[in-house]
Design a protein around this ligand. Sequence first.
Ligand code: TNX
Length: 498
Amino acid sequence: MTAAVVPAPSTIRQVDAAPFRLEGAGLVGDADAAAALRGLVTPLTGSALDGDERTIELRIEPGGAPESYVLAADEASVVVTGADAAGLFHGVQTLAQLVHESADGWVVDAVEVEDAPRFRYRGVMLDVARHFHPVATVEAFIDRAALLKFNHLHLHLTDDQGWRLHLDAHPELTRVGSDTSVGGDPGGFYTKDDYRHLVAYAAARHITVVPEIDMPGHTHAVGLAYPQLVEAPVLSDHILETVAAFGGDAPAVGVAYDGMAVGFSSLRIGDERTYDFVADVFGELAGMTPGPYLHVGGDEALGTDPADFAAFIARATEIIADLGKTPIAWHEAGAAADIASGTIGQYWGYVTPTDGMDAKALAFVRNGASLILSPADAIYLDMKQSADSPLGLTWARGVTDVRRAYEWEPTEVIDGVAEDDILGVEAPLWTETVRTLADIDELAFPRIAAAAEAAWSPAVGASELRTWESFRERVAAQAPLWSAQGIGFHRSEGIPWP
Ligand code: TNX
């Protein structure tokens, strides 16, 4: 397949002309886009793209839809025109995917592409709390996301197992709350400069960082640092079963937690010091986060009384809104009647909802806000991708193959949630079992490409490219580019890898 683009563009047409040959070709136009293109094409082809026989022109021409671009290739030239810098950057990703080897050497076939994103929010999430991931790993994850036209990186910065961002107002959080990871693996945290660096690194790739501080549950690490802010762990049967199934000790007051149970910890809801803490934490975070969103978590607060949970979510989302930011919360927070208006919900139920999860998600829409869809049985990248791998979990109907990750349509998940109610799609990667970049690649690829297509491409039924048969061919064709980028993708069955 020679015009294999992932995520599928709005339109792509073969043109009746000979292919554009890379040998002897050079780049003109936007310098940032040129650097991005060389970063993709040079490792793949060995060409520095510094010839003068024919040109690839990279330019910005304002006027089109945000993030859109047009690409025209024939034997004489390639021209990529972005409506803005992000659009040009996305067009560069498409161009790199069109480069392939032929009898004439490395070429781009004669095509015309017109492309714009379906959804404004196209996200990936990395959990840096269950296992800490150093700055270089997050940079690599950002590079991978950019390749697939994602434009948001959600960082799950805190959880029971560790607090991963230094804050000046509460230095103990990282001093005593970040030492370990799941399984007793090493911990770690980002300095404020590390965080600012990641925000800038992402922004240079047209990706906005969405930081999450998970509350009121998932807060055991807070208690290591500031015991007065948290309740004692709630050791329900469910928690004790998880401990028994996955090993390790049960959560205990004042002891770092390195197991995999969820839902036992809670901030003290009735104590005013808690809200001073919430205001300090989000205030300091807002000061170094240029993006519009702050994520407050709100998931699996099984150790918090439901009325207390609702009261907490109302106050915490109001604190974020007062900082001039838009709160995002996991869908459970939809149960809180007085949630701040404008709070965006993140749905992590199944493609076919169970247990009233759809009702909680729908509450955000009724409240006049929109939803981010992260259906766990389709695009939770931490679900096992093959039964025999030690990597990944299975609770969300895993093993999750690429086809299940691909075959779902955002508007068909929750009754009453239409196109305009959906801000976008996000694929989370939780890291209980994930230690290294190689582990990340093995679980994320190729399923992350399926999530990218749900987020960027036309709806299922609106384009002939939006079928599993088309996707499996197009995703297979990414293998040389991914390998040249050092991505250790999983060679999933059912995909005709070269
Ligand atoms: C559920 S879904 C979680 C996380 C776990 C993940 C593991 C959701 C919002 N929370 O706490 O890490 O499952 O798959």
